[in-house]
Design a protein around this ligand. Sequence first.
Ligand code: 5GP
Ligand code: ZN
Length: 117
Amino acid sequence: MSECIFCKIVAGEIPAGVIRVSDRFIAFADVKPVAPGHVLIIPKQHFGTLLDIPDSWGAELLTFTKAVASSLLDKKLGDGFNVVMNNLEPAGQVVPHAHLHLIPRKDGDGLRFVTKV
Ligand code: 5GP
Ligand code: ZN
């Protein structure tokens, strides 16, 4: 998708702090982190929402997400983490390229909600 900002990140046309790459997924730093270490995980191919990601990609997505989350914990960016996914506009999805938010959490960090209310 030529106008999709995340497709441009995948193509290297827009810089992003890339954290990890697999065959089908890429993780990079959110440009407006709600907490230090806030990461986005996206499929390299353009899909709109979770519903569009092929079932057969599920195992790779789980493995990839666990690896990124583990590295956030290893780096002491958090003592826990949230995995959040906004799907479609009423749920707060702004960028129409499917993505998971990985948000490191610490006791008493004051974070309450990271999506549309
Ligand atoms: P959504 O509300 O769609 O679930 O979240 C989109 C996320 O993408 C937001 O947290 C926003 O900060 C992030 N974002 C939007 N544009 C860019 C960008 O150009 N680069 C990066 N790294 N993150 C972006
Ligand atoms: Zn895209």
